[in-house]
Write a new protein. Structure first.
Length: 257
């Protein structure tokens, strides 16, 4: 039985203002740039089939397939519920992942990303980033409940984890099942030039968490207009030159910036 093409309106257009595929130093100076607009890949966890080419009519079934195909400057649009723990590819910059189900991130019709129902790896992030310029928007994430993070930003400046600086999260919802040891966004190493805006962090050990400054103190984080509810800690990020404005702290949680 053939697949029915996904209506074009089911997938949102890429928002303006996303990062270009660039690599910068801590001062924001561009040290590498990739010009041009990339391709758009489609993921549908309900109607997608293994082996599909990732088009709107024949979407991938998994986010893993999309990450295997993606190149710098590309966009991934997804609908349904992703149940995967993934590590983003090396040498790929400026990728946008957008929830495109058309529903609000707070309702059952929105795009979601959570841990596998079976075989989840304790403590592993849903998405670990290693290169610069990635962005996420318009979907809900629920981390693995044993020391897991929704998104982990890695910076070791080596061959395995170069630098996930220049990351942006917008219109996201990060929700824990219980306050065990879970994180919304975890920075390891000290990433710089991070933008977190109009997101919600709920029932987490820590919403925004820097767990290591091995490479650098996080620089120029902009945390703007977010909501923090019923977390043990809202923000623990020793940021230098950061801007933390317009956030609502509704959980009586500790905040250290």
């Amino acid at each position: 039985m053939g697949q029915s093409p996904i209506p074009a309106q089911a997938f949102a257009k890429k928002p303006s203002g996303m990062f270009a595929a660039i690599r910068c130093d801590d001062s924001g100076n561009v040290i590498a740039s990739l010009d041009g607009v990339g391709s758009t890949w489609y993921v549908d966890t309900v109607n997608g089939v293994a082996g599909n080419p990732g088009t709107s009519a024949l979407p991938f079934a998994t986010m893993e397939a999309a990450l295997e195909a993606v190149a710098s400057n590309d966009t991934i649009l997804f609908v349904g519920t992703v149940r995967e723990q993934l590590v983003a590819p090396l040498g790929v910059y400026g990728v946008s992942i957008i929830g495109a189900a058309g529903g609000n991130v707070r309702d059952d019709n929105g795009s979601k990303w959570t841990y596998p129902a079976s075989g989840a790896v304790a403590g592993q992030a849903l998405l670990a980033l290693r290169e610069q310029g990635w962005s996420v928007s318009n979907f809900l994430m629920t981390p693995e409940p044993t020391s897991g993070a929704c998104i982990k930003l890695n910076r070791a400046e080596d061959a395995v984890n170069p630098d996930a600086s220049h990351f942006k999260a917008s219109g996201m919802r990060f929700v824990g099942i219980d306050v065990t040891t879970t994180y919304g966004i975890q920075d390891v190493g000290g990433c710089s030039n991070i933008i977190i805006e109009n997101c919600e962090f709920y029932l987490l050990t820590t919403g925004l968490y820097n767990s290591s400054t091995a490479i650098a103190v996080p620089l120029r984080w902009q945390v703007l207009g977010n909501r923090f509810l019923q977390n043990t800690n809202d923000i623990i990020v020793p940021s230098s030159y950061g801007v933390f404005e317009g956030n609502r702290h509704m959980s009586s949680a500790a905040t250290e910036v």
